[in-house]
Design a binder for this molecule. Structure first.
Ligand SMILES: C[S@@+](CC[C@H](N)C(=O)[O-])C[C@H]1O[C@@H](n2cnc3c(N)ncnc32)[C@H](O)[C@@H]1O
Length: 301
């Protein structure tokens, strides 16, 4: 019998590993997006709560200051996106350290985490980010739309999907792509065994090289709260001459513009309506409702 989300929530509260439980229930070796979404949605609130812990807050401050320093050493971005933004406890620090006028963006598989992210950013005095739900495999942003795209341990649970995810992140990037992800190849044997058992990503630098990307740097970061999950930074440069598009949020399926219509986002190319739930655009392909007559009906008032 399938465990219901309510049962999973109570198992999570009892300290169980929800991803491992779902992998076993579904007979998967790797995490699917459904498993990742469910496991992370159940954890919503835990990252913000951890910021109450002084040691954790200090680590986050050092970590986000290092990310901001790296970004500024590369360029003065006009736009920045954290892909897999979680509760925005990393994005808030990066924006505070950047002290920039850049437009900021974030998306995540989990609606609950995006909702908490929005509240957290407001509480931290950085309220103007555009947030939505979305998948790393079908990013709801236009090609070359964001100067600096970065990830912070969001590719991590997507072992097996590294190549399509890197291609999607690179597509959206205009200048630099920065990955802060488990450094499998640079880690100890014990750490690698743990990463394997959790279905974590690996070989990001090797795949970027294979895809012909210009990898400027790949090394371990000194800040690692968990030595069994050390963070590696990988910096990838993209052609700066690419023209920015006239729109940023895009249909996740065709990467074409979206139109706000009747409190929803309509994709004229896909003939699909994407809902806005609690003020959050839900831009995963499976959130779309095919509605070829939507324009006609809504346009008619
Ligand atoms: C370890 S948390 C890190 C959150 C945030 N980046 C941070 O630094 O605090 C990983 C986040 O990535 C998101 N994520 C994982 N796989 C994803 C995918 N395929 N598409 C979109 N988000 C994803 C999860 O929902 C989760 O919120």
């Amino acid at each position: 019998m399938t465990t219901t989300p309510r049962q999973l929530k109570s198992l999570y509260e009892q300290g169980q590993n929800i991803s491992a439980l779902l992998r076993e229930e579904k007979g998967c070796q790797h995490n699917t997006e459904e498993i990742i979404e469910t496991a992370y949605d159940m954890q919503t609130g835990s990252y913000i709560a951890a910021m109450e812990n002084a040691e954790c807050a200090k680590h986050k401050k050092d970590y986000t200051s290092e990310i901001a320093k790296t970004v500024l050493s590369l360029c003065d971005p006009r736009s920045i996106l954290e892909a897999g933004v979680g509760e925005a406890t990393t994005l808030s620090g990066v924006l505070q350290h950047l002290k920039t006028e850049a437009s900021s963006f974030g998306f995540d598989l989990s609606w609950s985490r995006v909702a908490y992210a929005r509240r957290w950013l407001q509480s931290q005095g950085v309220p103007n980010s555009t947030l939505c739900t979305g998948s790393l495999l079908h990013i709801p942003f236009a090609d070359n739309s964001i100067d600096v795209v970065y990830t912070s341990h969001s590719i991590e649970p997507n072992g097996g999907n590294e190549e399509p995810i890197l291609q999607e992140l690179f597509r959206v990037t205009r200048k630099f792509l920065i990955l802060l992800e488990p450094g499998y190849e640079l880690a100890s044997d014990e750490a690698r065994r743990r990463m394997d058992s959790h279905g974590y990503c690996k070989n990001l630098k090797g795949i970027a090289d294979y895809l012909g990307y210009d990898v400027l740097e790949h090394k371990l970061l000194p800040f690692t709260p968990n030595p069994l999950n050390p963070t590696a930074i990988t910096i990838i440069k993209k052609d700066e001459d690419a023209a920015p598009p006239s729109y940023i949020l895009a249909c996740p399926k065709f990467k074409t513009p979206l139109e706000e219509m009747g409190d929803m986002l309509f994709s004229p190319e896909a003939l699909v309506v994407y809902p806005i739930v609690g003020g959050i655009p839900c831009l995963r392909i499976e959130n779309g409702i095919i509605a070829s007559k939507y324009e006609e009906v809504m346009g008619a008032g």
